[in-house]
Design a protein around this ligand. Sequence first.
Ligand code: GDP
Ligand code: K
Ligand code: MG
Length: 273
Amino acid sequence: MITVALAGNPNTGKTSLFNKLTGSYEYVGNWTGVTVEKKVGILKNNLGNLVDLPGVYSLNPLSRDEGVATNYLLYDDVSIILNIVDASQLERNLYLTLQLLEYGKPLTIGLNMIDVAKARGMEIDVQLLSDRLGCQVAPIIARSGAGCEELASMLSSSNSQQPPLYIDYGRTLEKAIEQVITLIPTNQELPPSRWLAIQFFEGNSLVRELLTKYIPASTLNDLFEMTKRDIQTETQAISIAHYIRVIRGNYIQSLLICCMLQTKNNDYTLTDR
Ligand code: GDP
Ligand code: K
Ligand code: MG
């Protein structure tokens, strides 16, 4: 039995999709230590369990819900991530997607609200989006169930060898990431080192906590402060987190320029496909 984790922004249709994909409930309760609902259902095709993560915009644990999602990735054994994305709000939604793709577990995108996107004159080149992100993408309408069977069968054929998405964070930060990676032990059952290092520089306190089990806090502090100083000197960013947000934002922008075909109210020229 494998475990599929359902992750996405709030109000993207997570509950609707959960209900379409699961037959019976295995468990409804709270996440350990917090009063955030935890729902686990059994996937209809008997592939395994579906775990409903709280809706979050980012993995940075500023809110209780984000803390639950991050802790899940840090300490639980997830086989496949099902990332539900609101097709009519791609730019905002893809931020979490990038963080999840960097994590490097097999990930399938359920591209939801296709009906809403269409009504707003947006058309998405699903194949191109899938190629560029290096993961499977299934267009769906979770409310009606359209596309959900195809999505379920994609989950059963997930690529277990999916390589993590590689975003280039520029020379200074890449050098610092490399330094943290060399300090992370390889003989432990830990999430991918690069993901941990990026999350550390983003200011993810739960990741920092985990890293201090293996790396002296003072070493981590020095590396963080030095990198922050360098980035503030070289760029206009006010913090490393800000700098990372800008790089990811640019990455998403260029992705959307090639994958979005505006059919109505188009204010930029389209290439023929
Ligand atoms: P959650 O907050 O992520 O769990 O999202 P819900 O499943 O509660 O959905 C939020 C709202 O969006 C509800 O009113 C759903 O009926 C609606 N919804 C979900 N999926 C779709 C869809 O594909 N198309 C449209 N038009 N509405 C949807
Ligand atoms: K809701
Ligand atoms: Mg919900």
